[in-house]
Write a protein that binds this ligand. Structure first.
Ligand code: HBI
Length: 356
């Protein structure tokens, strides 16, 4: 297959601004190239990921959908990178079999009807806006099977849940080393933004006096500085946004990883990255982690937004056999298995497409 990827529109690939969907796009690309498919990735300027075939597209980045209210109008800058990516795709579409859209945006969904080749939409978040819900709901009716999601619980945030293709996720397990004996520290890994609830993890670390290592791009500087003001004595260390190899080396040394999402996390790639290193996951019982963490076996699912529940779970971390965490990653989240599912999804869309 000749594939044309449209990247997330909120940041250059490789900067961490795109969050989990950057790793998702990267891993799908690797898997498709490994299977000898042809691939071109359209992405914002300054995108760089390994030696993937990226065509950089100029234009203003999109406003992250999760920072907007549900009923705001569709926003597009005058010189929008999203518009420019869609226009580029229109020009070259005859050289490809399938477009795969990773942008959580109205335009590529609306334009599906205007292209001569099909589009597979990778929906990387739960329901956030009326505009997206409406257009994706229309597209999934007109082009059945072309809306891909990560988890069932993410699908259920949409009225068209039953029409979504649940694809899960996967990571290259060979990049993640199992760590049997951790140091007395905890990890938190995500974009530093309000929807990720970092303050709860910091509060729990402060109560227990256990060092918390924070990994991820600072997306909302004011939010970060407020946490530093509110918890001046918390035992936290901001490590930064690291490459997978560097992240897993530090993540593995942690007794557990805290996931404190305020929103319905579509999946939570960081959860399977932690498991792959043998690190138990303590997560709010909300969104994707519900379908990932085996409560009491590879981590704990706790009452959402409860710092006390986080503290209790942290005090029980020694009950978790770290090897079970690695085993679960191997059983459920290997890259080849996920690559097979993605490839089959693409092929099914091509077979079903009446325009061919
Ligand atoms: N918002 N408008 C918009 N477009 C995106 O592609 C987008 C986003 N917010 C977050 C995001 N992508 C990614 O960080 C998540 O899909 C993981």
């Amino acid at each position: 297959m000749r594939l044309l990827f449209l990247s997330t529109s909120v940041g250059p690939l490789g900067t961490g601004l795109g969050g989990g969907v950057e790793l998702t796009l990267y891993n799908v690309a690797l898997e498709m190239l490994r299977r000898q498919h042809q691939l071109t990735i359209l992405a914002p300027m300054n995108s760089q990921m390994g030696n993937l075939p990226i065509v950089e597209v100029a234009g203003e980045l999109q406003v992250p959908a999760q920072t907007q209210d549900r009923d705001v109008p569709v926003i597009m800058a005058g010189n929008s990178v999203l518009v420019n990516m869609c226009e580029y795709a229109r020009k070259v579409q005859s050289e490809y079999d399938l477009i795969v859209n990773f942008a959580y945006d109205w335009l590529p969904c609306f334009l599906t009807r205007f292209y001569n080749i099909p589009i597979a939409h990778v929906i990387s978040m739960g329901s956030l806006s009326q505009a997206m819900d409406t257009i994706v709901g229309e597209i999934v009716q007109e082009f059945p099977g072309t809306i891909g999601v990560c988890t069932k619980v993410q699908a259920e945030t949409f009225t068209f849940a039953k029409d979504c293709k649940v694809l899960g996720s996967g990571i290259d397990l060979s990049l993640y080393n199992y760590c049997e004996t951790p140091e007395n520290q905890l990890a938190w890994v995500a974009r530093i933004a309000p929807e990720k609830g970092l303050e709860d993890a910091v509060a729990a670390a402060q109560i227990l006096g256990i060092p918390l290592k924070i990994f991820g791009k600072i997306q909302d500087q004011e939010y970060w500085e407020k946490i530093l003001r509110d918890y001046p004595d918390a035992p936290i260390e901001y490590v930064g946004f690291l490459s997978t190899t560097a992240l897993q080396a530090q993540l593995g040394k942690c007794r557990g990883m805290l996931m404190t999402p305020r929103w319905v996390e579509a999946f939570g790639n960081v959860a399977i990255e932690a498991l792959a290193c043998g690190v138990p996951v303590i997560a709010y019982r909300r969104g994707g982690p519900i379908e990932i963490v085996r409560d009491g076996e590879t981590g704990f699912l706790v009452e959402p937004d409860s710092v006390d529940a986080l503290v209790d779970a942290i005090n029980n971390l020694d009950k978790i056999n770290r090897y079970y965490c690695r085993k679960q990653a191997e059983e459920e989240y290997s890259l080849p298995a996920w690559g097979d599912r993605m490839e089959q999804w693409f092929k099914n869309i091509l077979t079903a497409d009446k325009r061919r």
